[in-house]
Design a protein around this ligand. Structure first.
Ligand SMILES: C[S@@+](CC[C@H](N)C(=O)[O-])C[C@H]1O[C@@H](n2cnc3c(N)ncnc32)[C@H](O)[C@@H]1O
Length: 245
């Protein structure tokens, strides 16, 4: 067979944030990792509190572990994610009746105004350079007085990471960081937007949210036994509870 012009044995250049291409690997990692299963998810569920009967939007729901936990606690949950493969995994986990959509948090969302009591955006906003359009949409779909719960990479942790690696770090800049990650043995490229704390709180205020809590939680009980090499407290993610004005 003749060679296809240009189709040499060049390795494919991975596309950043292509969750479709590493959905299974990321989902498996998220299921049992210290950062997700024993730190981010329990902390977010604790912040959400008693959710029985509440209409909750899980923005950037991934393969649906938080959706499942909220539903188990009696919430009426809707989820969306930009990655069709992640939504497919969520559907497998949650069943055909689950209210799931493919949508981009940075674009107009397919939900009416004032639909939800709570919106939860776990580890998704840091993919966006500009939080303005996303926060405006999340506020639009919240009932007046509704809550937005957010977790993002802790900006102090990012600066510390750069300093410890001997790299220059400008804490005050909103800047892109594209890095390789290993999810369950598969390499993935993630492109994240780091920003200082005041840029985050400023974006929330500009979108009409009032901050009711900012937390730096400890990992869940049990993490110490499963991950004995990890410190009992660390700077990983930063959590916000906000109220739509
Ligand atoms: C780090 S994972 C977190 C998944 C889930 N929220 C959790 O905490 O288990 C990030 C998720 O955000 C999704 N995502 C990234 N950018 C997005 C966007 N612009 N709109 C919606 N989802 C997005 C990815 O597809 C991925 O499923």
């Amino acid at each position: 067979m003749p060679a296809v012009p240009g189709a040499s044995a060049r390795p494919a250049i991975p596309v950043p944030n292509d969750y479709d291409s590493f959905a299974e690997a990321y989902s498996a990692e998220n299921e049992a990792s210290l950062l997700n299963a024993y730190y981010e998810r329990p902390a977010m569920l604790a912040l959400a509190g008693d959710v029985a009967g509440r209409r909750i939007l899980d923005a950037g729901c991934g393969s649906g572990p938080l959706f499942a936990a909220l539903r188990d606690r009696g919430a009426i949950v809707t989820g969306f994610d930009k990655s069709a493969a992640m939504v497919e995994l969520a559907r497998r986990r949650l069943g055909d009746g689950a209210d799931l959509q493919v949508a981009d948090v940075g674009s107009p969302l397919p939900f009416p105004d004032g639909e939800f009591d709570d919106v939860i955006a776990s580890l998704v906003l840091h993919y966006l350079e500009d939080w303005g359009p996303a926060l405006a949409e999340l506020r639009r779909v919240l009932k007046p007085g509704g809550r937005l719960l957010v977790s993002v990479e802790h900006p102090f942790a990012i600066t510390l990471m750069h300093v410890q690696a001997g790299r220059e770090a400008d804490y005050f800049a909103t800047s892109n960081r594209t890095e390789e990650y290993n999810f369950s043995g598969q390499t993935a490229l993630l492109s994240l937007w780091d920003r200082p704390l005041h840029a985050m709180t400023g974006a929330f205020a500009a979108a009409g949210f009032q901050m009711t809590a900012i937390t730096e939680p400890a990992p869940a009980p049990g993490a110490r036994d499963l991950f004995p090499d990890q410190p009992p407290r660390f700077l990983g993610f930063l959590f916000f509870v906000l109220q739509a004005g």
